[in-house]
Design a protein around this ligand. Structure first.
Ligand SMILES: [Fe+2]
Length: 91
């Protein structure tokens, strides 16, 4: 796996693990679609890692796409979760 993908994967897993723990503990009402979004990202990373994408330029382009996806996720549905956490007693 390329360095960019490795770092993206590591960052995403840390980020997802923390959020998923909060969603479970707080019984976040929208956790099912949020979990699905995380799983979709995991599947994309796994597919890239297992693929025969040997061209470094294509791999880097794909990594850029996933990084953009993650950024949109963080500034999108993660904000809904953040607001929910901040309203909870566990903040
Ligand atoms: Fe998330």
């Amino acid at each position: 796996m390329g360095a960019v993908l490795t770092e993206l994967h590591r960052y995403a897993e840390e980020h997802f693990a923390i959020e998923e723990a909060y969603m479970e503990v707080l019984a976040f009402p929208e956790r099912a679609p949020h979990f699905r979004a995380h799983e979709k990202f995991r599947a994309e990373i796994a597919a890239i890692s297992a693929s025969s994408m040997k061209d470094p330029a294509v791999r880097e382009l794909t990594a850029m796409f996933l990084r953009e996806w993650l950024t949109r996720h963080i500034y999108g549905i993660d904000k809904v979760l953040e607001a929910f956490i901040l309203e909870s007693d566990l903040k």
